[in-house]
Design a protein around this ligand. Structure first.
Ligand code: ADE
Length: 247
């Protein structure tokens, strides 16, 4: 998978993309990431990327031209569906705005995104995007939660991390991602490692019993208990049937 990221702050990505799983995913060739500096596509001598909103509300908005120029340069083809222009969306990679107005990122969506050979992520800043970016350029908008970050960069990192770890071979142990919280639709239950006793607290004896079937049943029970206690919404009538088995 190849991921292009358009941002005003390329340096923000340095640390997180150079460590741990994301580093390994890139080294093994499962993932490549290109960071594109939006400023290079800015308008005029000052490479302006933002401006005040028409109608007078506070803050600044990202102008459409730099974002469209950046994405058309990255994909080397017209992508803006402006007046009279037709673009065959089926031949485009997803062009995703990171914004609190987007659809929520869930494990089901992560898996869906991981099916694509390429993604283009556009990080917002300031008060947001000129609406024409939404309407005529983006093919999707994603939010990582109901809170407002100072920009889409951290959200893009979260998305890339979540997608990278479900790519084939990246975790090294194939069952890893499947056993995570959400992958089964339940939160993960308690886990223990050595020592068997720590300051008087013992590991539940069942885990040391060697009875694989009983251990599996215990784990399932614990996962259900934890989900019931912490996230009953994942079990309840509001759970959407189409997500079953995908959280
Ligand atoms: N940009 C600002 N806040 C965001 C959020 N919650 N998710 C995605 N992008 C954002």
């Amino acid at each position: 998978m190849h991921i292009d990221i358009v941002t005003l702050f390329p340096n923000m990505f340095r640390g997180p993309f150079e460590e741990s799983i994301l580093r390994r995913a890139q080294e093994m060739g499962a993932l490549s990431i290109a960071i594109h500096d939006l400023r290079l596509f800015g308008v005029g001598k000052h490479r302006q990327v933002d401006d005040v909103p028409y109608g007078g509300s506070p803050g600044m908005l990202l102008r459409p031209e730099p974002i469209v120029a950046a994405v058309e340069s990255i994909l080397d083809r017209p992508v803006f569906r402006g007046a009279g222009e037709t673009v065959d969306l089926s031949t485009l990679p997803p062009i995703i705005l990171l914004t609190p107005q987007g659809r929520p990122l869930t494990q089901a969506l992560v898996k869906e995104l991981a099916q694509h050979p390429r993604l283009v992520l556009i990080c917002g800043r300031y008060e947001g995007f000129d609406e024409r970016v939404r309407e005529f350029l983006a093919t999707d908008e994603i939010s990582i939660g109901d809170y407002v970050l100072s920009g889409g960069e951290l959200a893009a990192m979260v998305l890339v991390d979540a997608v990278a770890r479900v790519l084939p071979g990246v975790l090294g142990y194939e069952r890893g991602a499947e056993e995570d919280s959400f992958a089964s639709g339940l939160l993960e239950g308690p886990q223990y490692t050595r020592p068997p006793e720590f300051r008087g607290r013992r590991v539940p004896p069942i885990l040391l019993s060697g009875h694989h079937e009983r251990i599996a049943a215990w784990r399932r029970e614990q996962a259900l208990k934890r989900t019931r206690e912490r996230r009953p919404d994942l079990l309840g009538p509001t759970a959407r049937p189409e997500d079953a088995g995908d959280r």
